[in-house]
Ligand binder design. Sequence first.
Ligand SMILES: [Zn+2]
Length: 624
Amino acid sequence: MKRSFLLAFATLLASVAVAQQDAPKAIYYAISFPNAAHHEAQITITIPQAPTGPLVVRMSRSSAGRYATHEFGKNIYNVTATDVNDKPLELKQVEGDVFSIAEHPAAVKISYTLFGNWTDGTYTSIDPSHAHLNMPATFMWVVGQDNRPLTFEFNDLDKYGWHIATQLKHLGANVYTAPNLQYMMDSPTELSDHKVSSWDVVNTDNKKEKINLTVHSDDNQQVIDNFGKMVARMVLEEKAVFGELPAYDYGEYTFISDIYPTTSGDGMEHRNSTCITIPAPKVEGLEKRLLGVYAHEYFHSWNVKRIRPKSLEPFNFEHANMSSELWFAEGFTQYYGELLLVRSGFVDLDDYTGTIAGLVNQVLNTPAAAKYPATQMSRYSVFADAGVSIDPNNNANDFTSYYTYGGAIALALDLRLRSDFNLTLDDYMHQVWINRGKVMKPYTVPDLQSDLGKVTNNPKFAAEFFKKYINGIDKNNYQELLAKAGLELRKAAPGKGWAGSLATTAGRGRAGQPRAANAEGLPILSSTIIGSPVYKAGLDAGDIILKVNGTDIKDQKGFDDQLTDKKPGDKLTVSYKNRTGNHETSIVLEESPFYEVVTFEKAGKQLSKEQEAFRNNWLQSKVK
Ligand SMILES: [Zn+2]
């Protein structure tokens, strides 16, 4: 049955080759898996109505939503070009990932082999259990033909017992389509024997949106159905923030998840779907821990896929887009992904105080947050977001994550809107949704400021907030703000001697493996943090600590043991060696600057009625 459907398509293609120019026909992709055991796919692209002049096809160097560049061209080979009767055409490789055909007829076929063996939101993996396809890592595309529809035929499904999870539009049997290149690239596709749990959400306009949870894992259907009920609850809590679900294209949103110990941990948002990969044995028993990434990625179906930074529009597949807005696109999503699990009842307050402490420490205790505004840290994403390189960077001192930096700003803004304006961050997000997302009008940083001015009816406050905390490096008073909800911000280790991080495990080899430890002493593997006692003592990457106060040091624990019972101001005498020989220095211990957050109840303080009400308004469910 699939075969006859394909033949009909082949006939269709033959006729489109001579069709009129004003209605561009779909570029037709066929992918099959003759060698899945060795991680290969075979891909053929048929291009009817090829543009006149040289026909240029290429692989991408970046992927929608992944902000750093990736060389996808390295994983294709056996690239050939023919006419539709398989007569060879001369194909020239003009760059590593760019191919050109100078002389060609109206219809051209390109074929190549793809290798893929990495399961996450950026790459592609192929084996007999699945074909996990991120489109930029999988499919070549025709330069200059961005607005043509693209049709996909996924073969060998019966051979491997696979079915399909994707946001692409289903045309019938194993054939799917995308209206244009941007949509196609945003539509990861999972071919596997995954489980599906689906439900409808009645939207504010009374239309139904269908939500599909697909999970490729070793769980049974009942586990996935139960997990689906938890995801459904989280979905409603997110809907309550914006007042409505987005109107999904074709009326569906799909969580495409792949949960298995050898996958790489990732979540990648798309317009009507998300790709979630988690290195875990299965869903069963880990539901609450897995839910965070689902909450984060689903929030993106408003914030970033529809409330869209102008800087990411349209997505450039030859070079990563740089954006000053990721503190909002990712940071505010980070804040909500965690907050909404509290509102949905899956995370309790004591766990959530740990999350808050993480945000506050990020903004108050990282060297880069002290030096650079959130907008600048956003722009570094072109290197930071799963960017691949061999040589080390100085991220410990020169970069702080726009996820947590932005999350900390969201936290402060939420608490300020609540205490100073009798408003909430939900009101602000709703305003941005109505002004930008729902109408698909890409925004800039000044637009976000203008929306804050509108929702507070106080443009002066908005101007000051953006000047100080978004475009500047001032910090909000978290201690004062958190106290309004009966939460205490206090030093995590008062009165104890602290040396700072030695970064003995932070260095990573190219394959993500820790570098081999030195047989002698404790090697420091990456930059120590500016201002910390070990930094002031002159210790850095390349140094090997041999002794502390006369005791041989072999590992991090041996070093930590030397800190027991030490006070701020105490000294450690350190013998170390490096390429210039043996040296001695002293570390003058300080008090750790890091904070913890605890409830007033835990801190032995009285929680006032006002604080309790403030806290409940903030953290309790908004689902009516
Ligand atoms: Zn995100």
